[in-house]
Design a protein around this ligand. Structure first.
Ligand code: CP3
Length: 343
């Protein structure tokens, strides 16, 4: 079997594949007992991200269990602020924390040494491409500038990213400089992942949904378009999925303006609208992760509705956001079986 059989890659090239390929955002994670064990062995979460051996192991765990059609590199979007020496830490029960950045901090940011710091991640990518079955697509990723910037400004997670929204109104020039800087660094990082063996990459803009129309254009569309333009100018065959959570009706122009090959859909995107978006190109999504926690009829009905609406076009089956720690691993088995049986 060769790369030609990589179903996720084929969908990214515009093909309709039946049944559709499936992978899940956050598929390596705390819902799996084997992840929790390796996580404990690693010490801190960032130690796990920077250990090529252990990061490879946790990436492969869900592939062994479920034979997903894609593996996603195990890392985090916040390794970029970590490489920028923002003192990133993940403490149990607190989510991510780092030193909040201000306008002075933004003017002092430097690209020096970032890719050196991230070398272990590229080593993980190379190991993964060697270790994975030929037919499994290997995905690299980065955070979108807006989403990464929200954590850098606040210094921690917030319910609505009010600190970054406020900073952007008060310091528009510094904020745009931060987004451009992150876009350029992220493009270099994605190119490095592709060169190390990633078949395609995903850009996570998990906080796109908290912005008004004008800000969505400036803070999400423009920086993601800048990343994609930069990556594709250097690696013209690169395939890129863009996931802008909560972008809703804005997704129609988002694909055209960013030139993403596929767009990720969260579960709030109506399936009729998703089918319309699919006429312009491949879509990925969009099962509510809570249906995987619930299992049973909630799971079956959700999967069926997606297959019915989107199964006859280019679709990568996925959740509408990351799988949660409460998900039952047996429900994931049911999900995969149902997609492969009925899709
Ligand atoms: O999808 C995968 O399996 C690949 C790995 C991956 C992780 N984070 C592992 C992780 C990916 C692609 C991410 C992306 C990420 N990280 C995003 C964008 C996607 C999304 O889910 O919105 C964001 C916003 C982050 C930042 C982040 N990392 C937060 C807010 C948290 C804490 C929340 C939580 O779930 O605890 C993390 C930690 C994190 N990243 C964990 C994992 C498996 C849990 C930490 C642990 O194991 O202790």
């Amino acid at each position: 079997m060769s790369a030609a059989n990589r179903k996720v890659l084929n969908v990214l090239n515009g093909a309709t594949v039946s049944p559709p390929p499936i992978w899940l955002m956050r598929q390596a994670g705390r819902y799996l007992p084997e992840y929790r064990q390796t996580r404990q062995q690693a010490g801190s979460f960032l130690d796990l991200c920077y250990s090529p051996e252990l990061a490879t192991e946790v990436t492969l765990q869900p592939i062994r269990r479920y034979a997903f059609d894609a593996a996603i590199l195990f890392s985090d979007i916040l390794v970029i602020p970590d490489a920028l020496k923002r003192n990133v830490r993940f403490t149990e029960g607190h989510g991510p924390q780092m030193d909040p950045i201000d306008a002075d901090g933004i003017s002092g940011l430097s690209e020096n040494g970032i890719l050196d710091h991230l070398k272990p991640v590229m080593q993980t990518v190379s190991r993964l491409r060697q270790a994975l079955p030929q037919e499994t697509t290997l995905l690299g990723f980065c955070g979108a500038p807006w989403t990464v910037a929200t954590y850098m400004i606040a210094g921690h997670g917030t319910p609505d990213q009010a600190p970054a929204r406020l900073f952007a109104y008060q310091h528009p020039d510094a904020f745009l400089r931060l987004l451009d800087f992150l876009a350029d660094v992220s493009a270099d990082y994605l190119v490095a992942q592709i060169d190390a063996g990633a078949d395609a990459v995903q850009i996570f803009d998990s906080w796109a949904g908290v912005l008004g129309e004008a800000e969505f254009e400036k803070f999400c569309v423009r920086p993601v378009a800048r990343i994609i333009r930069s990556v594709k100018s250097r690696r013209p065959s690169a395939k890129i999925i863009a996931f802008a959570k909560g972008a809703g009706v804005m997704l129609k122009t988002y694909r055209q303006k960013t030139r993403a090959d596929a767009i990720g859909l969260d579960w709030s995107v109506p399936l009729s609208f998703a089918a319309d978006l699919q006429k312009d190109g491949p879509v990925q999504g969009n099962l509510d992760p809570m249906r995987v926690v619930a299992g049973g009829a909630a799971l079956t009905e959700g999967v069926d509705a997606i297959l019915q609406a989107l199964g006859n076009g280019p679709l990568i089956f996925n959740l509408g956001h990351g799988i949660t720690p409460q998900a039952n691993p047996d429900h994931v088995t049911d999900l995969v079986n149902q997609v492969r049986r009925n899709g």
